[in-house]
Structure formats: structure tokens, C-alpha cells
Design a protein around this ligand. Structure first.
Ligand code: DQA
Length: 142
């Protein structure tokens, strides 16, 4: 079975309490439940959330050789973190970037993206469906 690690970055544990026009009204737990439903029996999912850049880097290093794919929403670190970019570059499995909001049509600083070109594919701007589409992609490419 394909082993998948889902990583969520800073402030994503507060989903449901963040501006709804960008992030919708679902909690992260609800989104994780829907991902599990979509994954069914064909993927095994583990979930990790941290507000700390270093902990996300640690988790990506730990994932090496242990997971076949990583789905990551690095949140604000998308726009700042060379360390998370480098950690993703090291990971040899499938790497999928996810964002709830359309980061290319918001603030100028959100157009800066350090991780896009070390990921295989990006799912952006479809709310929680961005996560579901990443799961669907893995089901098709396993
Ligand atoms: C986000 C977009 C980021 O710009 C922002 O800092 C987030 C969430 C998204 O999923 O839309 O926290 O990654």
C-alpha cells in the first residue's frame, strides 16, 4: 500500500477560525477525515501539523525512505523557507503542494513560492478540494 505523509504548516490547526473567504469554514480535523474517506483502502495516510519550521524539516527528513509520497501545505513558510524547500528536494518520493487559497491572486508576497519547483504538482485555490484533488492524483499515480 502506498504510504502518504500529510504535512500542514503554521496556523492551519486554526482552520475554521481563519478568514473564511480564503480558507473556508472547515477544521483541519474535518479536512483530514475527508482525505481519509477519499483515500479509502488504497492509500495509508499519516498526518503531521506544526507551527515550527524546524519541526517540519525534521519530519521531512524522517520521511525519507519511510513514505512513498508527501502532501504538504507549508502555509506561510511557502513564501519564506529555503530550509523546507531543501528538505523537500532530498525526499525522493512524490511531492504534492497544496493550498486552500489562490496564492497567485492575493498579496504580492504570496506569489513568492520557494517550494513549487521542487514539488511534482501543485493543487491551489480550491479550498479543501485542493487536498482531495491531491489524494485523487495519488490514487491515479500509485
Ligand atoms: C495557505 C496560503 C498561505 O499564503 C498562508 O500563509 C496560509 C495558508 C493556503 O492554504 O491557502 O497560512 O498556504
Amino acid at each position: 500500500m502506498m504510504r502518504v505523509l500529510v504535512i500542514n504548516g503554521p496556523n492551519l490547526a486554526m482552520l475554521g477560525k481563519r478568514p473564511k473567504e480564503f480558507y473556508g469554514d472547515m477544521s483541519l480535523d474535518m479536512i483530514n477525515e475527508l482525505m481519509l474517506e477519499e483515500a479509502g483502502a488504497s492509500l495509508s495516510l499519516d498526518f503531521f501539523q506544526s507551527n515550527s519550521e524546524g519541526k517540519i524539516v525534521d519530519e521531512l527528513n524522517r520521511a525519507y525512505g519511510r513514505y512513498d509520497a508527501v502532501i504538504i501545505n507549508p502555509a506561510a513558510y511557502t513564501h519564506t523557507s529555503v530550509a523546507i524547500r531543501d528538505a523537500l528536494e532530498i525526499f525522493t518520493g512524490i511531492k504534492l503542494e497544496v493550498h486552500l487559497s489562490d496564492i497567485n491572486n492575493r498579496d504580492e508576497f504570496r506569489k513568492i513560492n520557494y517550494i513549487k519547483d521542487v514539488c511534482d504538482k501543485s493543487f491551489i485555490g480550491k479550498g479543501y478540494h485542493s487536498y482531495i484533488d491531491a489524494i485523487k492524483y495519488l490514487k491515479e499515480h500509485k
